[in-house]
Design a protein around this ligand. Structure first.
Ligand SMILES: Nc1ncnc2c1ncn2[C@@H]1O[C@H](COP(=O)(O)OP(=O)(O)OP(=O)(O)O)[C@@H](O)[C@H]1O
Ligand SMILES: [Mg+2]
Length: 261
């Protein structure tokens, strides 16, 4: 459902800061895949999402979404089909608006215009109730006053209120306390399953990377250095990923590099 073909991307070409990040990079995602992405800081994970989501353009290569060439489609246009969550819970929500107003905004910008009663408060309340974290009681509360976990859960509902074809999660639970992170992870899995959304998730939590989804890829300097799924993946543990990282990158760095702790 997603294909990146022969993508190249160099930052600041011709300057002292020139950084060739991607060179002839190709990546295929099947419909229904839930792929976790690991890699050290600066390995190009967020840049990959920027290329997929249209925030940056590749220098070469094409991006196909469901067979359609979206390489030069704006980020705004792609947002109808691609949802995205960031590490910072404040990125996906408007703090000055209430929970209800945020949801209405998401329903409208998510391409949900054709649906009648899109501003039906009861329907949106029900959506929140399904989360089972009490957000439905806070419909008129300003989002800026919610906890990080509540905000990220709301951002998740907003990003999936009109289920996107593809959901990009960029360390979306990393800034939350362990309990909230677990809750948001659980909600994420539930929403993805219920709506059959194809998903890519960046994480530094190697246990999460191996126990979520159906495939894991390891990025290093803009290359996929390891790609595992099925039975091979079932056998893996976090320590194996660290060992593989060291083997593949020939970088005998501290474990912290991959774990980002
Ligand atoms: N807009 C930009 N201009 C110049 N260089 C950039 C830009 N965005 C990213 N880079 C560089 O590209 C490399 C990859 O960055 P990227 O943010 O994709 O890494 P990452 O894998 O997401 O890292 P982290 O785990 O820290 O989030 C880094 O060296 C970064 O400095
Ligand atoms: Mg990043």
């Amino acid at each position: 459902m997603l294909d990146l073909m022969h993508i190249s991307k160099t930052y600041d070409p011709g300057t002292i800061n020139e950084k060739i990040l991607y060179h002839d990079f190709s990546f295929h995602v099947d419909q229904g895949d839930y792929i976790t992405i690991v890699g050290a800081n600066g390995s190009g994970k967020t840049t990959l999402f920027n290329l997929i989501g249209g925030r940056i353009l590749p220098d070469e290569g094409i991006v196909l979404l469901d067979g359609k060439d979206v390489t030069f489609e704006s980020e705004h246009n792609r947002a109808h089909e691609i949802g995205r969550l960031f590490q910072d819970p404040s990125m996906g929500t408007a703090p000055g608006l209430t929970v209800y107003e945020n949801l209405v905004l998401a329903a409208k910008t998510g391409g949900w215009l054709s649906m009648p009663n899109s501003n039906d408060k009861e329907y949106l309340k029900q959506k929140l109730k399904e989360l089972d974290i009490g957000l439905e009681e806070r419909m008129n509360q300003r989002v800026g006053t919610l906890s990080g976990g509540q905000r990220q859960a709301l951002a998740l509902v907003m990003a999936t209120i009109h289920p996107p074809k593809l959901l990009l999660l960029d360390e979306h639970t990393a800034a939350l306390d362990p309990q909230s992170a677990e809750k948001v992870t659980q909600l994420t899995d539930q929403i993805i399953q219920d709506n059959n959304i194809t998903c890519l998730m960046i994480t530094h939590d190697l246990d999460q990377a191996l126990h979520t989804g159906n495939r894991t890829i390891m990025l290093n300097e803009g290359e996929i250095v390891y790609d595992v799924s099925g039975k091979d993946r079932e056998k893996l543990e976090a320590v194996d990923l660290i060992r593989i990282f060291k083997e593949k990158t020939r970088k005998y760095l501290d474990d912290e590099v991959l774990l980002n702790v």
